[in-house]
Design a binder for this molecule. Structure first.
Ligand SMILES: *Cc1c(COP(=O)(O)O)cnc(C)c1O
Length: 429
């Protein structure tokens, strides 16, 4: 089957339309399986870009959306409010760290990040602090595709065309056991002039950067330095939130809590677009004023969409159920057992795991860039084997819905074992 994507009316994201194979047409999806129009089935081992935490077409979430749709699909969210938003905000705050008291709605991960950055910058502006405008981010970070989010992300081929339009950011290496003292000193140096507004980070796991992981204790030390120096800490939990790291949020692994947290992706169980930026009371207090100029001037047409909020409430209830918590625990255990069996392979360069996320970096001659060819070959191979895995460069990772059955996990592991066997000829000596 050949079809020129040039004649396709759809322009697909992250797709070189001239080189890409025609997209696979999926007709329906249930739990962890995608059913192709051509009869082929795929295990969705990446939760469809990390959003689907409870399996496809989950009946509880679907029903709640349907009920809400017949009651009220959407209303303007300034001057008006509704129960799905109120209920979700209350339920979310109840499971977030104690310092978090306010929920600001938007509709995707990038906007949740934009909101966080604007909140942090205006926090200082509203208090008349003209100096505090700098932002610190981690190397290899990914925070989304809008301009602010691109600015705080790592500079790469992905955003090279816009580089002149991105604001300046100071980058800090992600900490590890070797560099932690150096990184701490570097941070102390960066914050000493009291001109840093915020420090933004993906806690514990840097997703799009290649499933890179760092220790909670190290991040904790950096947050402490930031806080001691009046720097607002922003945790971008767009990917890590809602159980991914084994706890409800990655920040639950920390002692020091951030001031602002960005959430999206798994928030609605993968049903509806929704983003939230939650913050601590002092952030909100800097906007709370008789002065209208101190208002937070931000909002999107679909802010707090009731259907999205209904899905988010249902998804949260499922997440907190005993069954789901047990599934999360089981996946984590299963991943570490599988990791043990492939650890010694020379073609396996490093294994990284945080809760339900397992990353396997292959020992290839090419670097771990998104553009290396092994990525495409492994992707194709896995699809042919009936498993959707989307390697980041030479790093294969599993990030399945929590309801994945043990037989399905076994199939995913078996395909990864085949990859290791088949591609090891490209192994670096
Ligand atoms: C995916 C992602 C984003 C961007 O979210 P979108 O909904 O794709 O805009 C931001 N931050 C992190 C950590 C992400 O993984």
């Amino acid at each position: 089957m050949t079809k020129d994507l040039n004649t396709d009316p759809i322009w697909y994201p992250f797709t070189q339309m001239k080189l890409a194979a025609p997209p696979i047409h999926i007709e329906r999806a249930k739990d962890c399986t995608l059913y192709g129009k051509d009869g082929k089935e795929y295990i969705d081992a990446v939760s469809s870009w990390w959003v689907n935490i409870h399996g496809h077409s989950n009946e509880i979430i679907a029903k709640r959306i349907a009920e809400q749709a017949l009651k009220m699909e959407h209303i303007i969210f300034a001057g008006f409010t509704h129960s799905p938003a109120i209920d979700f905000a209350k339920k979310l705050i109840a499971i977030l760290p104690e310092n978090i008291t306010k929920v600001f709605f938007s509709d995707n991960g990038s906007t949740a990040v934009e909101v966080a950055l604007k909140m942090a910058l205006q926090f200082w502006y509203n208090q008349g602090d003209k100096k505090k405008t700098k932002i610190i981010a981690f190397e290899n970070a990914y925070h989304g595709d809008t301009f602010g989010a691109m600015s705080v992300g790592a500079k790469s081929t992905f955003n090279a065309a816009f580089e002149g339009h991105l604001f300046q950011v100071d980058y800090l290496p992600t900490p590890n056991f070797e560099n932690i003292e150096i990184v701490k000193n570097q941070l102390v140096e960066l914050v000493k002039h009291q001109d840093v507004a915020a420090f933004i980070f993906e806690p514990l796991v840097q997703g799009a950067g290649g499933m890179l992981m760092h220790e909670a204790q190290h991040l904790d030390q950096l947050i402490q330095i930031a806080k001691q120096n009046n720097v607002i800490c922003i945790a971008d939990e767009v990917m890590t939130g809602f159980g991914r790291t084994g706890k409800n949020f990655a920040i639950n692994h920390l002692q020091n809590q951030p001031d602002i947290v960005c959430l999206s992706k798994g928030i609605t169980g993968g049903f509806m677009p929704l983003g939230v930026t939650v913050c601590a009371q002092p952030i909100f207090d800097a906007f709370y004023s008789n002065n209208k100029a101190k208002t937070f001037f931000h909002g999107h047409s679909y802010t707090a969409n009731p259907l999205s909020c209904a899905a988010a409430i249902a998804s949260l209830e499922i997440l907190l159920s005993e069954e789901c918590q047990l599934n999360i625990h089981k996946i984590a255990q299963s991943h570490s057992q599988f990791g043990e069996t492939i650890k010694g392979e020379p073609f396996v360069k490093t294994l990284r795991q945080q809760g339900t996320i397992l990353a396997i970096e292959l020992n290839t001659e090419e670097d771990s860039s998104y553009f290396n060819t092994i990525r495409d070959d492994v992707y194709e191979f896995c699809l042919n084997e009936g498993v959707l895995l989307r390697p980041l460069g030479n790093t294969i990772y599993i990030m399945s819905p929590y309801c994945i059955k043990s037989e399905e996990l076994k199939k995913v592991y078996a395909v990864i074992e085949k990859v290791i066997e088949k591609f090891k000829t490209k192994h670096k000596e």
